[in-house]
Design a protein. Structure first.
Ligand SMILES: NC(=O)c1ccc[n+]([C@@H]2O[C@H](COP(=O)([O-])OP(=O)(O)OC[C@H]3O[C@@H](n4cnc5c(N)ncnc54)[C@H](O)[C@@H]3O)[C@@H](O)[C@H]2O)c1
Length: 384
């Protein structure tokens, strides 16, 4: 593969993680970044050759193979569209946009213009998530009866915790589900190879007002506590929710998503019940996968490339006993994306393209509708 040229837009929490993961690949040079504030200083601090105050100028000047969009959700649409109109491949953070309509436009443009597009549903590439998918595919689990689980965090636990994710102007109509529930349902649909057809959601806003800092604060970077540093802000999005799912292959599902769950920093749980065995994966012990049986011993399956399925081995970089986790999933996600950029082909890719990004936006809209109407809502096939 030739060396690739990447530009990063937004270097808060996740943009910085993108830079690190790309450097681990070795064949992608991060040649420039764009930042809303102090672009040159941020570029120097991250050892990136150039910092741009305007992402458009970076795209126009840098002859990029791909741009990574790592800004708040509201900006994703215009940035992705601008890059694609200049013929640049796009890897956008999730959620792809703030409405399904925007996401559909992005998907259609990418398809029509042969742009390699990706949405960073990186957790798909945790080795044990891939192993669960491969076990279901191989028939080891049998017919899927049900899936349940959760995605829990506590960084919005106090009313003094604030993020742009709580502002519908920047985030869109959902906070907890769009932010982390989207990862859970993306993984589940991908593992069981079934699509949700109906959803029933119960949303809750634990803190109806929060103390919003008067200066911008990057995600996870801490919070101002003095009264002169914040203003009271009304919250119109959920910080916790529960969603029921019906899947097209007959499975039933339920998840609890919360960003106000004390002590759980970033825990994802997926439990699958099948006609042959059950599977249980907890990201806090993410290198292990539990398999349960009625008639035999239960098993603890460890992340060891020498004993796992072929597809699982492809997303493992280290031998058994050497932990892999969140940063590694980005590396694996980007490796697949840049392979597709090199091949100019997404026909066989297993990363989330803008198609998956659009689907997730549609699901999110239906989930918000269900929470509002307190009814089951269908996801029509025609909408996809
Ligand atoms: N895949 C994952 O695991 C994962 C994890 C965290 C965040 N995300 C997603 O990544 C995106 C960013 O989240 P974050 O946590 O890094 O947020 P953040 O607030 O920490 O960082 C966002 C950055 O974007 C910058 N920015 C805003 N407008 C800009 C502009 N016009 N040009 C350039 N930079 C601009 C901000 O100054 C800030 O530094 C969100 O869409 C979020 O959902 C994904």
């Amino acid at each position: 593969m030739k060396k690739m040229r990447a530009g990063i837009i937004g270097v808060g929490f996740i943009g910085t993680a993108h830079i690190e993961a790309l450097r681990r690949l070795g064949y992608v040079d991060v040649v420039a970044l764009a930042a809303a504030r102090d672009a040159e200083r941020k570029a120097a601090a991250l050892y990136v050759p150039k910092g741009y105050a305007d992402y458009r100028k970076m795209i126009d000047d840098e002859n990029l193979d791909a741009v990574h969009i790592c800004t708040p959700n509201r900006m994703h649409f215009e940035m992705a569209m601008y890059a694609m109109e200049k013929g640049v491949n796009v890897l956008c953070e999730k959620p792809l946009a703030v409405t399904a309509e925007e996401a559909k436009k992005l998907r259609d443009y990418a398809l029509q213009h042969n742009i390699v597009s990706a949405v960073n549903f990186n957790l798909r590439f945790n080795p044990q998530v891939v192993q669960m998918k491969e076990m279901v595919k191989a028939g080891d689990v049998g017919k899927i009866y049900s899936v349940h689980g959760s995605y829990l965090q506590d960084w919005l636990f106090y009313d003094t915790d604030y993020s742009w994710r709580l502002d519908t102007e920047l985030s869109g109509p959902s906070c907890a589900f769009a932010d982390i529930g989207s990862h859970w349902i993306d993984m589940v649909e991908n593992i069981i190879e079934q699509k949700a057809t109906e959803v029933f959601a119960d949303f809750e806003t634990v803190h109806k007002t929060r103390k919003k800092p008067l200066k911008p604060v990057d995600t996870y970077s801490g919070m101002a506590l003095r009264p002169e540093d914040y203003q009271e802000f009304n919250i119109n999005v959920e910080d916790q929710c529960t969603v029921l799912f019906h899947f097209d292959g007959g499975a039933k599902g339920v998840c609890t998503i919360s960003q106000v769950f004390a002590g759980r920093k970033n825990q994802t749980v997926i439990s699958i019940s099948g006609s042959k065995c059950s599977l249980h994966w907890d990201s806090e012990t993410g290198n292990e996968l539990w398999s349960g049986r009625r008639e035999n011993y239960n098993q603890q399956i460890v992340k060891d490339p020498s004993i796992l399925y072929e597809e699982t081995k492809k997303v493992i970089s280290y031998p058994g006993g050497h932990a892999e986790g969140f940063p590694d999933t980005h590396k694996q996600s980007f490796a697949k994306f840049y392979q597709a950029v090199s091949d100019k082909d997404i026909s066989v890719c297993d990363f989330a393209t803008f198609e998956a990004g659009y689907r997730e936006m549609l699901l999110c809209e239906k989930i918000c509708e269900s929470a509002k109407t307190r009814q089951w809502v269908r996801i029509g096939r025609k909408e996809l």
